[in-house]
Design a protein around this ligand. Structure first.
Ligand SMILES: Cc1ncc(C[n+]2csc(CCOP(=O)(O)OP(=O)(O)O)c2C)c(N)n1
Length: 317
């Protein structure tokens, strides 16, 4: 928990640079499998995780790198995991959608849409029973909010006053389906009232607004007052996955959202309102780009897991 504006900027840059470089690796055929890019959503992960402690829990979805990095996952170990290498945070077994690091409360990504919410509720229940004031966050998309697990999690979390923050990143599309084609009202957050918890719509491209809303939800959860639903309105710049031709939306719409870039917007705030010098930001940007380049070299140079270890991390074989 920092609320340090330069730290918020740094972590958004880190995510931005990782996503850009991984897309580049994918284009060069050096990336195994799919990439679900987090470009454009950086303020969501960073704003929420800034309100958390190391002892709090985060459950992610299939678009998870931003969440991992914002919660403090080691950059090299994360990058190596993305490339399926033995030096990855899960020894290369998790790959793009399933990295986890319980030591920092990252309980994992999830390829099952909506699958993370009940897991986060379980973590919140364990935190409640433990009585040390930890909270759990579930990150999910608006598509997942139409899954039954959303209603089930909301209901039990409200009934048991679980220290849970449900963070819906509404990036307007679930795969190729626009949000408005699947729901009867404009905001996911409106559903919170039906379950008996507060729901808040937040500008998901404004890292300070996200941080403030998350801070309120975390304070409420730590005080034993129960769960909160936050709906962060944002946009994924890329397709559902890299290579998606994006026929379901216009290039004009994409340009409008890119003009509201969360990283560039906050850079302007730092310069104009927080009195941070431009050369300090340039130095930070260069430093972050260097760190990401080093992490990619580390990941590319790392060995793949050897087949003999394939069963070494399973519960039963
Ligand atoms: C239970 C389940 N249904 C369908 C899918 C296929 N699928 C993968 S991602 C996705 C869209 C998810 O949209 P959203 O939750 O809004 O997240 P976003 O991709 O927009 O970040 C779907 C339908 C799946 N993985 N799991």
């Amino acid at each position: 928990m920092s609320q340090d504006p330069l730290d918020l900027y740094r972590r958004m840059l880190l995510i931005r640079e990782c996503e850009a470089q991984l897309n580049d690796l994918f284009a060069k055929n050096l990336f195994p499998g799919y990439i679900h890019s987090y470009l454009g959503q950086e303020a969501c992960a960073v704003g929420v995780c800034d309100a958390l402690e190391d002892t709090d829990y985060v459950v992610s979805n299939h678009r998870g790198r931003g969440h991992y990095l914002a919660k403090g996952m080691d950059l090299k170990a994360m990058m190596a995991e993305m490339l399926g290498k033995s030096t990855g945070v899960c020894g290369g077994r998790g790959g793009e959608m399933h990295a986890a690091d319980p030591a920092i409360g990252v309980l994992g990504g999830n390829g099952i849409v909506g699958g993370g919410m009940p897991i986060a509720a379980g973590a919140a229940l364990s935190a409640q029973m433990d009585g040390k004031g930890a909270v759990a966050v579930a990150f999910f998309g608006e598509g997942a909010s139409n899954n039954g697990s959303f209603g089930e999690t909301m209901n039990v979390a409200a009934a048991w006053k679980l220290p849970l923050i449900l963070v819906c990143e509404n990036n307007l599309y679930a795969e190729m389906t626009p949000y408005e084609a699947t729901v009867g009202q404009p905001d996911v957050a409106l559903r919170a009232a039906g379950y008996g918890m507060p729901g808040e719509v937040v500008d998901g491209n404004d890292v300070v607004a996200v941080r403030d809303a998350a801070g309120r939800a975390v304070a409420r959860a730590r005080a034993g007052e129960g769960p909160t639903l936050l709906e962060l309105k944002t946009y994924r710049w890329g397709g559902h996955f890299e290579g998606d031709p994006r026929k379901y939306r216009t290039r004009e719409e994409e340009a409008e959202w890119k003009a509201r870039c969360p990283v560039a917007q906050f850079r302007k705030v730092l310069l104009a309102e927080r009195g941070i010098a431009g050369d300090r930001l340039v130095a930070l940007e260069t430093e972050v780009a260097g760190e990401v380049a080093d992490a990619i070299t580390f990941a590319l140079d790392s060995p793949l897991p050897v087949p003999e270890t394939a069963l070494s991390k399973v519960f039963a074989a």
